[in-house]
Design a protein around this ligand. Structure first.
Ligand code: CUA
Length: 330
């Protein structure tokens, strides 16, 4: 009996981590609900099968040995418990799991919105259809805004190696494969913020390849997208004006885009509304003026192997001006 309890301990310990942010059991959308249901079916199925097996083992080893067992006396139990029961349960679970998987991809309803997400080492490029100019995109990075309560289709791909797109509170993960476009449909029931994470090992900073999904009420989403497609506002403070000059002097525009300025680089994340994002470096640091300066100078210590150069040679004043400018982009 003690052995049985000890064997259950990992399950109990595992369950304690199943609450809150990034838990597949903290369900916030219909697609996540299917996965959570499958998880519980598998969990209780294993409890019954595993518990039954442990109980039988305990019964056999603890029962008094009064008489020698006769050959063949347990044949029925062996065939029933060793062949029929596992075959039936495992097939039932397999059919249930596969049917869930195929149902999730389809869905008859047309999506309210389609968003393209491209994985890069180690950040996320996000492309929304331009609400005004057909065939144009509103490009952003490391944060995905969606309307709540409606299905959104994500078309995902990769610019380099295989990544995997995963927002556990909203649904399953999907591989992002170079040269191929995969599709996943997600929906958030209510407005909220959900953390996503790269779920396929893609290099040294795989763990620091996170993003946030912000679900808005539908009208608020329309407003957000209309604002997002616009150009970056002019900096107002002297420091920020100086920072914009430095942005071009230090050749930041070679890699980054800021809409409304000559900065058109595509190698790194779009920075048009950088200050409005929750984090820097795809989830590495909280967004703040101080952290932007920290990131520019020491990003190779903070996220070794990311593709941005460290600007450790910049003096304090230049760093402050740059971060004031970038933070003002909201
Ligand atoms: Cu991208 Cu792991």
């Amino acid at each position: 009996r003690v052995t049985g309890i000890v064997m259950l301990l990992p399950f109990i310990a595992g369950l304690s981590g199943c609450d809150g942010i990034m838990s597949i059991l903290d369900v916030r959308g219909p697609m996540a609900e299917q996965i959570a249901r499958l998880w519980w079916v598998l969990f209780w199925g294993s409890v019954v099968l595993g518990g039954g097996t442990i109980a039988l083992v305990l019964y056999v080893v603890t029962r008094p040995h009064e008489r020698a067992p006769r050959i063949g006396s347990g044949m029925g139990v062996m065939i029933g418990g060793g062949v029929v029961l596992p075959v039936v349960t495992l097939w039932a679970l397999l059919i249930y799991g596969v049917s869930l998987g195929t149902r999730q991809v389809g869905g008859e309803e047309p999506p309210a919105l389609t968003i393209e997400v491209v994985g890069h080492r180690f950040w996320w490029e996000v492309r929304y259809p331009d609400p005004v100019e057909p065939d144009e995109y509103v490009v952003s990075a490391n944060e995905i805004h969606i309307p709540a309560g409606v299905p959104v289709d994500f078309f995902v791909s990769s610019a380099d190696v295989i990544h995997s797109f995963w927002v556990p509170n909203l649904g399953g993960k999907i591989d992002m494969i170079p040269g191929r476009v995969n599709q996943i449909r997600l929906q958030a029931n209510e407005p909220g913020v959900f953390r996503g994470q790269c779920a396929e090992y893609c290099g040294p900073q795989h763990a620091r390849m996170a993003f946030f999904v912000r679900a808005h009420p539908p009208e608020a989403f329309e407003e957000w997208l209309a604002a997002e497609r616009g150009e970056a506002e002019e900096p107002t403070s002297d420091l920020a004006v100086q920072g914009r000059e430095q942005f071009f002097q230090q050749a930041c525009m070679e890699c980054h885009t800021i809409r409304g300025t000559p900065a058109r680089g595509r190698a790194g994340p779009d920075l048009t509304r950088l200050g409005a994002r929750k984090t820097l470096g795809a989830g590495t640091l909280e967004m703040s003026e101080e952290n932007i300066a920290e990131w520019i100078a020491h990003n190779q210590q903070l996220k070794p192997g990311n593709r941005m150069l460290p600007y450790e040679h910049l003096d304090e004043e230049t760093l402050q001006a740059l971060s004031a400018y970038l933070e003002s982009l909201q």
